[in-house]
Design a protein around this ligand. Structure first.
Ligand code: ATP
Length: 679
């Protein structure tokens, strides 16, 4: 079955052309999506709905798309939901007149705040019939909730939630009931509003699926304008490719959707291009176990070995005043404005880092050679010892304040190491060979000691020379090497991809310890003996982006100092929740429950001796426990390394990566050649 089969059917009959998209219509589709796990069905339902939006109310396409993926705006805007449970419960109570005690009891019993809200609305007598919710209204309402700041903002958030909830489920209020025990609670609007507020829609509708569904809907819509009934598979495939390649360079529905509506999909390459101001998702690397593996992988090809700096990924965007082009979509921050031009700096997650690194933005114009009009540069910022003139450990960088940094107060100086150029003087370079991109980078920018440098590298295929480079990189306080293809299509920059064409060789791998994992803290156990007043061990999980679930992977109690445990208690105890979230996939075993559960917020880097299968954990269990054994991958002898403040929970090590690590280890155990599949 393809998305074609249902594109001709309307997903929701009671909405007239030109009318704002009814939120109830979207929730009906969500509910159908929720009832299936089949990817093609999910895509078909989603595409059919988007097609109806295109036909009836195209001006609502953008808010519809955003609500489908549970976002309010592109990542770089910094606007996001993820409202804590206590505020949501308060709002449900105040809207429905039920006491907080009863809401909490319900939450204890049901375990899903969305269903608690649906149930609370259902039992509520209504005096008057509120106006039904619309997609644009819900998007606007959520936006207000996400962006209120300052004094009294918590209460204003609660008020915003109340406003939405009191107009939700009008039909339920009329007496039609939805059984929360059936069909996962059905198309209840309250349920999906709460999920949006929690920041997890759990529909299996990740960004990648939406890109496919939207491109299919647009293709079908355009083909129907030409009088054809349905597009061919080839039309759909072509549309999908166009959309994905544009989105990779410009991951912003705010820019793409208006362009699609105006110029259609076949012109999208022309109307939407990589632009300074809109960060693209960084290319990521695959781990390798040995230099020998690198040589096997890149056999017969030219490659380069760069130092792998241990700091924070930074994507720097710049446009000169006289470039004759705009800093697109986003306004450059005041820190990024200079006589020379405008600039900004984005994190690995596309967050705006201008308030963290005003010092970098202030110095940047001095690194730009004359004639360089605009660029996007991929870099690592590293803490720098000004006197001894060398790189400092990652931990030093993490002591810098994250926001509202004043240049005069900065204690930890940073040096920027650039390793790739993605855009230069009005032209995207991502589809050029790396050798060429690197040459252009050297031609466009000027190193300044202790401020800006190019990543050190060596182009060699000799194992001894690579070994020496690796040792030198470690002496220079780097983590190891990044090995990259130099020529041909394989050396193109692949945004958002964990690619075979970038391999990381960390010094730790060579001692057999393997790559570390970045895991989310979901729960904790109180300590024993001296540690009874703080947490002594923690329950950690990896992330499954397809399912939007955190899957438990280990308990950890090693690697923490007393001081650190005290600090962790301070930061984690405000995040305690009454019971695990419905998007935590954890063992139900009586002995496997931590003493407390947390909101998912912190990511920790953890090392492990090896990986094993265990019925107590759920990581990657859909791959390993499908034979009925219900086993997940888990870590043996995990050890805490550091808090990863630069990673959001969704950027934690994925279940797929955990499965790959487990399989690679198994193969090594059997002394076969390892092979890591591409994502
Ligand atoms: P992941 O690869 O899962 O994102 P991570 O964020 O922990 O994991 P690493 O596994 O340490 O990252 O390796 C990739 C990171 O190394 C890049 O995201 C970048 O921040 C950093 N890095 C340092 N030097 C380089 C370089 N020369 N080329 C590319 N990346 C580099």
């Amino acid at each position: 079955q393809s998305t074609l089969t249902s594109t001709s059917k309307d997903a929701y009959p009671d909405w007239k052309p030109g009318e704002p998209v009814p939120y109830a219509a979207l929730c009906t589709t969500f509910s159908k999506i929720e009832m299936t796990t089949k990817r093609l069905e999910i895509l078909a339902l989603c595409a059919a709905f988007l097609r109806q939006v295109l036909r009836l109310t195209p001006e609502d396409l953008l808010p519809t798309v955003l609500l489908m993926i549970g976002k309010l705006a592109a990542d770089y805007s910094g606007i996001e939901l993820g409202i804590g449970e206590s505020l949501i419960m308060k709002a449900i109570g105040e809207t429905t007149g039920r006491s907080l005690k009863i809401i909490k009891e319900d939450q204890q019993k049901i375990g899903d705040l969305g269903l608690v809200a649906a149930k609370s609305r259902q039992n509520q007598p209504t005096m008057f019939k509120p106006k039904p919710l619309t997609v644009r209204g819900v998007h606007e309402g959520l936006m207000k909730i996400a962006t209120v700041e300052g004094q009294g903002s918590q209460q204003r958030k609660v008020d915003g939630i109340k406003k939405l909830l009191s107009s939700a489920d009008v039909s339920l209020a009329k007496g039609q009931t939805v059984d929360i025990n059936k069909d996962k609670g059905g198309p209840s609007e309250s349920k999906f509003i709460i999920r949006a507020l929690e920041g997890k829609m759990r529909l299996g509708l990740a960004d990648k699926n939406l890109q496919v569904a939207l491109s299919h809907a647009i293709v079908a819509h355009e083909v129907s304008k030409d009088g054809k009934k349905v597009p061919t598979e080839a039309d759909l495939k072509k549309g999908e490719e166009v959309f994905k390649s544009v989105y990779n360079e410009l991951p912003a529905y705010e820019v793409i959707v208006p362009a699609l509506l105006k110029g259609g999909i076949w012109n999208l390459h022309e109307t939407c291009k990589l632009q300074p101001g809109v960060p693209l998702k960084p290319m990521l690397a695959k781990p390798t176990k040995s230099i020998g593996e690198v040589l096997d992988r890149f056999e017969g090809k030219d490659f380069t070995c760069e130092y792998k700096y241990d700091g924070e990924r930074a994507q720097i965007h710049f446009v000169a005043h006289d470039a004759g082009q705009e800093f697109a979509a986003t306004e450059a921050p005041k820190e990024g404005k200079s006589d020379r031009g405008v600039s900004n700096i984005f994190s690995r997650n596309s967050e705006d880092l201008s308030k963290k690194y005003p010092d970098i933005l202030a110095k940047l114009p001095t690194w730009v050679k004359e004639g360089t009009m605009s660029f996007v540069l991929d870099c690592e910022t590293v803490a720098w010892d000004v006197e001894k003139k060398h790189v400092l450990p990652f931990q030093q960088l993490m002591t810098r304040k994250k926001k509202d940094v004043k240049t005069e107060d900065i204690k930890v100086k940073v040096c920027v190491f650039a390793f790739d150029l993605l855009y230069l003087n009005g032209e995207a370079l991502v589809n050029k060979p790396f050798r060429e991109r690197r040459d252009l980078m050297y031609g466009a920018l000027e190193p300044v000691e202790g401020e800006f440098a190019f990543a050190q590298y060596g182009n060699t295929r000799e194992i001894e020379e690579i070994q020496t480079l690796l040792e030198d990189s470690v002496k220079a306080s780097c983590e190891g090497l990044m090995v990259k293809m130099l020529d041909g299509v394989e050396s193109h920059y692949e945004p958002s991809r964990r690619s075979q064409n970038w391999l990381k060789v960390k010094k730790d791998y060579l001692s057999g310890a393997g790559d570390s994992l970045d895991l989310v803290v979901l729960g904790a156990y109180y300590g024993k003996g001296k540690r009874t007043s703080v947490y002594g061990a923690f329950h950690l999980a990896c992330y499954n982006p397809e399912k939007e679930m955190y899957e438990t992977v280990c308990n950890i109690g090693t690697g923490f100092s007393e001081v650190l445990l005290n600090e962790l208690y301070e930061t984690l105890s405000p995040l305690v929740i009454d019971r695990p979230k419905p998007f935590y996939d954890h063992s139900m075993g009586k002995n496997d429950q931590p003493d407390v559960w947390f909101e998912p917020q912190y990511v920790w880097e953890v090392k492990t001796a090896d990986l094993t299968l265990s019925p107590r954990y759920r990581a990657a269990s859909s791959g390993f426990g499908s034979d009925g054994t219900h086993k997940g991958v888990s870590l043996r002898f995990p050890r805490f390394i550091r808090v990863r403040d630069d990673k959001k929970p969704e950027a934690a090590t994925s279940s797929k990566q955990v499965a790959e690590m487990y399989r690679a280890q198994e193969t090594v155990g059997k002394e076969k050649k390892t092979g890591v599949d591409d994502d």
